[in-house]
Each structure stands twice: as structure tokens, then as C-alpha cells.
Design a protein. Structure first.
Length: 570
């Protein structure tokens, strides 16, 4: 019998089998790793999902359907948004997201409903109303590790899945505040004022206006439909003529941006354009111009506001304009209460970091028809004249008496006196004018009351004063005529909270190690949140009770048990 040879096993076949076994083992290992990673990713992400979203139906949905869940729980007025316009979002410092609603919608419509920012990974964070048409939320930690950053969707806490109106799918990338951005605009009867960052140097050295263009485009896309050449370029403020009405459709919402080169694409924008028929001014609500108004940018000043408003209204300020730089306290409630007491206080949401100069430029232009003079003050600054000390009560003509009658005077600048903690370790119960009475001897800085029709076309300002049109001049108030009591160095906890985030463009936060010798910094503070030794007794060269005594006469009343209270106490 012939024996046939069996299958041979060569060395190469043995190597191939070994490689196949290793490959199989590797694939199994990779599969296990992917499953573990997915499980871990879900474990992290679910911490940011509302509990109602974690149900079997939601967990089996693909990510694009998960993005669309929870729309039915939105307030009815937000669900009714039929506009195809996309939402915009800006990633602000400290991982804060500003979500801008489509035009003609209102975040006030939320009516207290609990809403979330829903990100493309499925992570969420609470969405809080921010001004009339936007929300703020924090970028979740899990999303911070994922690039790029996409615009979140506004979501309610329910597991219902439905198409989301008014947003693109997939969502657009967020605009970074750290890049060039056109963030606001204001239409006057004669031109449009555009606010854009990172185009000019921060200290005011700017590109020539003739090399810049304002570009007008539909919000829904499709490219520019008109452009005009800038007439002014300074700081973050640019002015351009309105485009011809024939180039725009009144029914199509428009954006305005800035192009830095004739052939260059416009920089990103979230600024809406309004035709000159719709003025961004409150003058139409007034029977006439107020003689003196006050404008300031605020952040978490609700408990200080009643004293500041009551005092300045008593001495003649007729209207108050607050530019809210993202306050997280009870500012709205404080303003509402002041309104019910007869004070004329208006807030405008201005979320943009480090843009105080731009905000004051906006205020000067927007309220030119509402006010003759505007005092640009902070809420810890009080204008006072020693001549008022003998008055038994405040008089609404007092502020007007400080303003020059010479027609060529367009600005009155008043030097500041800086007050210290005066021994206090907590906010004085009766208010800053009653509690802080010890100050530095030397005058520091100044603030100004500006005649609005004398402000230069460029709107350039340094917070302390404005540049004036040709033919106008600044008059300095003599020390015996007027002063600004600046309650700058308050009790430590108040001072630390105040300097946690500065709103000025040029001034660094106290926690930054930049420009430690600046006069805007507290001597001895440095950049650490550590109370300097002897803080309560610092900055005390002169015991000055002039304003304390005057305001006690003007605004105090006998309370229960004979104890005095001030009219601004609630």
C-alpha cells in the first residue's frame, strides 16, 4: 500500500498562525478598551445631564437625536420661535458661554423655567437668563477637553425628542472672545456705530478709518449685501454711514461687521444692525431732556446701588443708566424696587469683558437726546460740594450748579479723594457715606460730567474723561468747589469681592501679576487674596466727616427705639 504524505507544516505557516493569534488577541483587547472607554465617557457625561434625560429611551438614541431631546419643555414663547436663524454663542473667559437667541426673541420669556445648555457630547449645564435675549452657562469640564467647541442648544428637563427650531444641525463652532469680534452696534440718525475688539491697539492707537469698512450681511447667511467706508476708528469704536436703503430688505434681519482690508472677509460678528428708523435710545420715553444724568458700568453692586441712586437723585441727577457687566446678584430686584420708589433707573445688559470704555462710548451716543450732561461715575463714587454742607436738605439744583455756564465748556472734571476702611471689618450698616470717614491726603484720579453734544465724533474716552469736539474745552473744578468721595478701599471682604473681576479695559485683575505698581492697585495688596496686615486702619491720613454729616442730615430718619436709619435701608 502506498502511503500518501499528509499536510506539511512549514516554518512560515507556523509564524502566520502565531501572528493570527496575536492579532485576534489584540482586537479583543481593543474591543474591551473601547467598551470601557465608552462606559467611562458616559459615566462622566451623565453628571451633566438632567435626571429626566437618563431613561432607557434616551440612552438608546444616537447622539444627533440626543441633541434634540427636551425641546417640548421650553416655555411656550420660546417654542414658538419659527425663525430659521441660527443661534450664536461666544466663549467668554473662565469657560463661560454666552448663548444669543435669534432676533426678536426674549430670554425673559423663560418665566422661571429650568433650562439647560445642551452640548454636542450630551453634557449639560444650567442656563441662566442674561439680559433680554441671551443666556449664560458654564462649559462643562468634560466638554473642555473636546475640540472644537460647538454652540450648545437651549434645552428643558424632559426626555421627549423633537426637532429643535432656530438652530443649525450640526451646531456651529463657538466664537472665541480671545479673537477678533464685532460684538455690538448702535444706529443713530446719521450713522452706525460698531464695537469691535482686537482691531485697534488697546491704548487707542488705531488703524486709519479710511482703510476700514462696515459690512452688512443677512443673519441667515448668503454673504455681504452692502458696505460703507468708516469715518472714525478709535479704541474699540468705529463709525460708518448707513448703507443705501435700496441695498437692504426691511424684512430680512441683518448683521454688521468690520472688514480691516478692502478685499478681506469681515471679522466674526454677533452685532445686529438696525436701520436708522429704529433708534437705540431711550429719549422717546421722556417728555424732555434731563439736565443731568449718570452712567456707570456695574458688576454685583445691588446692595450699594440704593444709597448711590438716592444720594445723587437728591442733588439733581434725573436719570441713571447702568451697563450690567454680567452681574450675579440681585441687581434686577434692586432696580425694580428703586423704580417703585420713583427713581428713573435703566439697565442695559453689556456682557463683554474689559470693555468699560466702549460701554461708556455707547452710553454717551445712545443717550445724547435724553440728557444734556452725563456724569460718568462708579457706584462707590459720590459728587459733593463743600458749599452744600450747610444745607438742611438736598436740592435738585445742586449738581447743575457745578456745571459751567460758558458755552465753550463741554466737560467739568472733578478730582477724587480716596477713602479707606476706617476701622470697619464688614460693610457699614448705614452705608458707605456714613461708615467710611478716613481718607488719604493726596487727591487721586478724577471723574467728569460731560456735555453730550460736545463729545468728539470718535467717542474716545479714558473712563475719567472724554475727548471733546473742536471748539469745546474742559474746566477743572477747584478743590473747594467740588470733589468726588471715592470709597475705594472698603472693609476687606468687600474690597476683595470688588477686585475679583475688574470691568475696565486697561486695568488688570488684582489676581494677575501685571503692572503691580499701578495706582489702580491697592498698596501692599500684590496679587494674592490675602488681607494685608493692618488693612482696617490703612489709607487713613485725614479724618473727613463732611459727607457723612451732610447725608445724615439729609437722608436719616428715626427708627424703632430711637435708632437712626437711612432712607436707602430696607
Amino acid at each position: 500500500m502506498v502511503c500518501l504524505p499528509g499536510p506539511s507544516s512549514s516554518p512560515s505557516d507556523s509564524v502566520s498562525a502565531t501572528m493570527r493569534r496575536k492579532l485576534t488577541t489584540s482586537l479583543l483587547s481593543i474591543g474591551v478598551f473601547v467598551l470601557l472607554a465608552a462606559s467611562f465617557s458616559f459615566h462622566v457625561s451623565r453628571d451633566f445631564l438632567p435626571p429626566a434625560a437618563l431613561n432607557p429611551a434616551t440612552l438608546t438614541q444616537p447622539i444627533d437625536r440626543l441633541m434634540n431631546h427636551a425641546v417640548h419643555e421650553l416655555p411656550a414663547s420660546l417654542r414658538r420661535l419659527q425663525s430659521p436663524l441660527p443661534m450664536d454663542s461666544v466663549l467668554l473667559p473662565d469657560w463661560e458661554v454666552l448663548l444669543l437667541l435669534p432676533l426678536n426673541s426674549s430670554s425673559a420669556a423663560a418665566g422661571g423655567a429650568k433650562l439647560f445648555c445642551l452640548f454636542h457630547t450630551g453634557a449639560t449645564s444650567p442656563a441662566l437668563p442674561a439680559g433680554p435675549s441671551s443666556f449664560r452657562c458654564s462649559l462643562p469640564n468634560s466638554v473642555r477637553r473636546v475640540r472644537p467647541f460647538y454652540t450648545p442648544r437651549l434645552s428643558g428637563a424632559t426626555s421627549a425628542a423633537a426637532p429643535s427650531r432656530g438652530q443649525e444641525d450640526p451646531p456651529r463652532e463657538m466664537i472665541r472672545w480671545s479673537t477678533r469680534l464685532t460684538y455690538e452696534s448702535l444706529s443713530t440718525a446719521h450713522d452706525v456705530i460698531v464695537f469691535a475688539k482686537s482691531v485697534n491697539h488697546r491704548q487707542g492707537i488705531g488703524r486709519p478709518a479710511a482703510g476700514l469698512r462696515c459690512v452688512f450681511s443677512p443673519v441667515s447667511g448668503g454673504g455681504p449685501v452692502a458696505w460703507t467706508i468708516a469715518t472714525s476708528s478709535a479704541q474699540e469704536v468705529f463709525r460708518c454711514p448707513h448703507p443705501p436703503a435700496a441695498d437692504l430688505s426691511s424684512a430680512v434681519p441683518m448683521r454688521v461687521s468690520l472688514a480691516t482690508e478692502p478685499e478681506a472677509a469681515p471679522i466674526p460678528t454677533v452685532a445686529s444692525y438696525r436701520t436708522p428708523r429704529v433708534q437705540e435710545t431711550d429719549s422717546k420715553a421722556l417728555p424732555g431732556r434731563a439736565r443731568v444724568c449718570a452712567c456707570t458700568m456695574v458688576y454685583n453692586v445691588a446692595k450699594f446701588l440704593p444709597e448711590w441712586v438716592a444720594y445723587h437723585a437728591g442733588v439733581g441727577v434725573g436719570r441713571f443708566f447702568l451697563y450690567d457687566n454680567g452681574s450675579e446678584d440681585e441687581l434686577d430686584a434692586a432696580v425694580s424696587r428703586l423704580g417703585s420708589e420713583g427713581f428713573n433707573v435703566t439697565t442695559r445688559y453689556w456682557p463683554w469683558p474689559k470693555t468699560q470704555e466702549a460701554g461708556l462710548s455707547h452710553c454717551a451716543a445712545a443717550n445724547r437726546d435724553a440728557c444734556e450732561w452725563m456724569a460718568f461715575l462708579d457706584v462707590d463714587e459720590f459728587v459733593f460740594s463743600p458749599a452744600w454742607a450747610d444745607s438742611d436738605r438736598p436740592d435738585r439744583s445742586m449738581m447743575g450748579s457745578l456745571l459751567a455756564v460758558e458755552p465753550e465748556v463741554g466737560q467739568v472734571s472733578i478730582r477724587c479723594l480716596e477713602f479707606g476702611p476706617s476701622g470697619h471689618r464688614a460693610h457699614p450698616r448705614l452705608g458707605v457715606t456714613q461708615g467710611y470717614t478716613c481718607r488719604r491726603r493726596k487727591e487721586q484720579r478724577h471723574k467728569s460730567v460731560v456735555r453730550l453734544d460736545a463729545v468728539a465724533h470718535s467717542l474716545v474716552n479714558s473712563v475719567h474723561h472724554f475727548r471733546l469736539r473742536e471748539g469745546f474745552r474742559t474746566r477743572w473744578a477747584a478743590a473747594g468747589q467740588a470733589r468726588v468721595n471715592h470709597y475705594k478701599y472698603q472693609a476687606w471682604d468687600e474690597f476683595k469681592a470688588k477686585f475679583r473681576r475688574r470691568v475696565s479695559t486697561y486695568v488688570a485683575d488684582w489676581k494677575e501679576t501685571t503692572n503691580l505698581g499701578s495706582r489702580d492697585r491697592a498698596p501692599g495688596l500684590g496679587s494674592e487674596p490675602i488681607e494685608p496686615r493692618g488693612w482696617a486702619g490703612m489709607f487713613c491720613d485725614v479724618n473727613d466727616t463732611l459727607v457723612r454729616d451732610a447725608t445724615h442730615k439729609w437722608f436719616s430718619a428715626a427708627g424703632p427705639g430711637g435708632a437712626h436709619r437711612m432712607v436707602w435701608q430696607h
